[in-house]
Write a protein that binds this ligand. Structure first.
Ligand SMILES: NC(=O)C[C@H](N)C(=O)O
Length: 337
């Protein structure tokens, strides 16, 4: 019988209506109490690690989750983490970088409606997550609304509906139909190796969304206080140089040792800095191109890379090397669900 550890962290799934609106309030035991009878099939242990709305999630909490999995690793076959949906994609990506050489499944799930409500999606998501955690696969996965998504590719695209997550720039790993898990591409394999807790995280990272009219002085502030900046530019990726020219200040940042990543506000297909003049002008040697990674993966990856080194050549190399399926080089061929 498979032995699974459920780690609860809060989110809507654990929320109750309080004086000031929904807030996490129920325990791991309460959550388990809502599940259909599973006791003949799996041995499920549970623990509360924290009880936060995931809007309050912090890099320190990612480390707590990772450390807990690391400490309990040998006692279980798989792990399920219940989490708020708002920043779930950041946490699943962060765990993919912090927990290196995973040989077991770590499955992150949540819900859009609290588990105590009759119309909840929590029971289905949890049972599906437990099913995936019992598989002989390795790595971090997000299980939501019958879909299995690579931990570095899950993006919340809806604020209210139950089909809130999509796999961005990467095929879905699997679809769940009743108790069947249908793998859509190659069935993920179980890896061998020794788990490593790669926990040096530098959270001094700024995320900047460009808009027409943005002025260069924001970069003075970033230079003083941050070691890395992710610039969400437009389309294929480019920096404005008409009227309010951002290029000199970005070059100053790099000269001061700040890591600069260019990504795009477009959800799909990623950047190509070589296509347009606005992209080529900024594509100097030390600009980090995010290609088809999503922001939820880029931010924790940059924190993880800067935790290891302040050498910008090395940061660029770490960022541009695929980790846990976060980045692909060849033409995409997406599964549409
Ligand atoms: N559906 C949810 O879980 C949303 C909630 N605000 C959270 O992220 O914790």
């Amino acid at each position: 019988m498979k032995k699974i550890l459920l780690i609860t962290t809060g989110g809507t799934i654990a929320s109750v209506e309080g004086k000031n609106g929904l807030t996490p309030g129920i325990s791991d035991k309460d959550i388990v109490g809502y599940l259909p009878d599973y006791k003949d099939e799996i041995l499920l242990h549970s623990m509360v690690l924290m009880n936060v709305d995931s809007t309050n999630m912090q890099p320190e909490y990612w480390l707590e989750i990772a450390q807990t999995i690391y400490n309990k690793y040998n006692q279980y076959d798989g792990f399920v983490i219940t989490h708020g949906t708002d920043t779930l994609g950041y946490t699943s990506a962060a765990l993919s970088y912090i927990l290196q050489n995973l040989t077991k499944p770590v499955v992150v799930t949540g819900s859009m409606v609290p588990i105590s409500y009759w119309e909840t999606d929590a029971r289905k998501n949890m049972m599906n997550a437990i099913r995936v955690a019992c598989e002989s696969i390795s790595g971090v996965y997000v299980v939501f609304d019958n879909k299995v998504i690579s931990g570095t590719r899950a993006v919340k695209v809806k604020s209210k509906s139950k089909n809130a997550f999509r796999s961005i720039n990467c095929p879905y790993m699997a679809r769940i139909d009743g108790s069947e898990i249908d793998y859509l591409g190659n069935t993920p394999v179980k890896l061998n190796g020794t788990l490593k807790l790669d926990s040096s995280i530098c959270s001094n990272v700024f995320l900047l969304k460009l808009y027409p009219g943005i002025t260069p002085d924001i970069f003075d502030y970033i230079k003083q206080s941050y070691r890395g900046v992710v610039i969400e530019s437009y389309g294929n990726g480019g920096i404005p140089f008409e009227k309010r020219n951002l290029l000199p200040k970005i070059n100053e940042l790099i000269d001061a040792g700040v890591a600069v990543v260019i990504t795009t506000q477009c959800l799909e297909e990623g950047t190509d800095l070589q296509k347009y003049e606005v992209g080529r002008k900024i594509s100097k040697k030390l600009i980090i191109s995010s290609r088809d990674m999503n922001t939820e993966a880029i931010v924790p990856k940059l924190m993880w890379a800067l935790g290891k080194t302040s050498n910008l050549e090395q940061v660029k190399k770490l960022m541009e090397t695929p980790v846990a399926n976060d980045l692909q080089n060849q033409e995409n061929n997406y599964a549409v669900l």
